[in-house]
Design a protein around this ligand. Structure first.
Ligand code: THU
Length: 148
């Protein structure tokens, strides 16, 4: 499966969108701000930031918020690429690239599988870009196809 992301998605623009999204993070407990940006085949970019909660375990990651926004807008698939950047407040992008938690891998997989794509996922820091396919982050995934 080929997302075509390398050909059609402007990586720098997606990074900029993720970085801007991180500025809206609500992370008073961890102080760790994350932004995610999803690129779709029609050129749209949908962003998310992490949203923490006083009941710590209810925190929503940036990737999950972005997927929720996109799906609530009616998007079902056509996900080509994902960009994520994070770090301590005032130092977003410094340190190692942030890779997604297990739940976010599953949540991203739901949206991707609906459209039959295997998105490229870019994790940025100032010095490194980690590039993986979603299927590498979550191999042998359980998804909507299994329930068909
Ligand atoms: N976080 C994300 O938003 N995305 C990730 O990929 C990793 C972690 C958030 C959750 C929490 O608000 C903070 O980062 C610290 O874990």
């Amino acid at each position: 499966m080929d997302s075509g992301a390398a050909l059609t998605v402007d990586r720098d623009a997606l990074l900029a969108a993720a970085r801007n999204a991180a500025a809206q993070a609500y992370a008073p407990y961890s102080g760790f701000h994350v932004g995610a940006a999803l690129a779709f085949a029609d050129g749209a970019i949908v962003t998310g930031a992490n949203v923490e909660n006083a009941s710590y375990g209810l925190t929503l990651c940036a990737e999950t918020v972005a997927v929720g926004k996109a799906m609530a807008d009616g998007r079902r698939g056509a996900l080509l690429a994902v960009a994520v950047i994070g770090g301590k407040a005032g130092a977003v992008g410094r340190g190692d690239p942030v890779t997604p938690c297990g739940r976010c891998r599953q949540v991203l997989t739901e949206l991707a599988q609906l459209g039959g794509t295997d998105p490229t996922v870019w994790y940025f820091s100032e010095s490194t870009v980690l590039e993986l396919r979603l299927s590498e982050l979550l191999p042998h995934a359980f998804g909507p196809a299994n329930l068909g």
